[in-house]
Design a protein around this ligand. Structure first.
Ligand code: PEP
Length: 249
């Protein structure tokens, strides 16, 4: 059975005290919620603070990005080995705010993914169409391009370190959520494509895009939705925990 996963992407939010408080509230709240892997992805400066707050719990640590090289002269960047060193197990790669806001192309996403997996991290790879691409009915071409480009050159065995997050760009931080049917059809397409490429249909696929406590259960009830990547609602412990509960089978 595929695992259930809920990851909180805190983006560029929190400071030391609020990061610690939020992480501790999540740790306290997930006790008794079995069968859902909860992941917190704070900003880089608070990875250590959050690692300390979640130590000994079932909550895992993730980062929001990493560089495509293992080390070197890349001022201001953070490497995958550094993330592992401070306690991360996961890293988000290819988030639309980086693809679109920071002009990260498919080839760079591919380089980051290779390096992160080689370093020992599990990658949460974000894919998803813009509103324009949806209106033009080009979603499937976009998924194929993004998935094929991101995974190019990756050995089949590396796919056990991969989670995909389907995040329609028009639903991220907008309050507009894909309907459960839209999410299911995208997830099924991505899963079938992975099966076609690699003969693997067990990769966890998360939905992301304005997931809230009141829409999470319907999204997570879809057969190919294995959990969520949560932005805004992950900043309030009560909302995030309600979403984690909704992911329980
Ligand atoms: C995200 O940042 O990955 C995300 C899905 O954000 P939000 O939940 O705020 O739409």
């Amino acid at each position: 059975m595929r695992p259930r996963i809920v990851a909180g992407n805190w983006k560029m939010n929190t400071l030391t005290a609020s990061a610690r408080e939020l992480a501790k509230a999540v740790v306290a709240g997930v006790q008794g919620i079995d069968g859902v892997q909860t992941i917190l992805c704070p900003p880089f400066p608070y990875l250590g603070v959050v690692a300390e707050a979640i130590a000994g719990s079932s909550v895992a640590l993730g980062a929001q990005n990493c560089h495509s090289e293992m080390s070197g002269a890349y001022t201001g960047e953070v490497s995958a080995p550094m993330l592992l060193d401070v306690g991360c197990k996961y890293v988000i790669i290819g988030h639309s705010e980086r693809r679109h806001g920071m002009h990260e192309a498919d080839a760079l996403v591919n380089g980051k993914l290779h390096t992160a997996i080689e370093a020992g991290l599990t990658v949460i790879l974000c894919v998803g169409e813009t509103l324009e691409e949806r209106k033009a009915k080009r979603m499937e071409r976009v998924f194929e391009r993004q998935v094929v480009a991101a995974l190019a050159g990756l050995p089949r065995a590396a796919l056990n370190r991969l989670i995909i997050a389907y995040e329609p760009v028009w639903a991220i931080g907008t309050g507009e959520t894909a309907t459960p049917e839209q999410a299911q059809s995208a997830h099924l397409y991505i899963r079938s494509h992975l099966d076609k490429l690699y003969g693997i249909s067990t990769t966890p696929i998360l939905y992301g895009g304005s997931v809230k406590p009141d829409n999470a259960a319907a999204l997570f009830a879809q057969p190919d939705v294995d959990g969520g990547l949560i932005g805004g609602a992950s900043l309030k412990a009560a909302d995030f925990l309600a979403i984690v509960r909704a992911a329980k089978r």
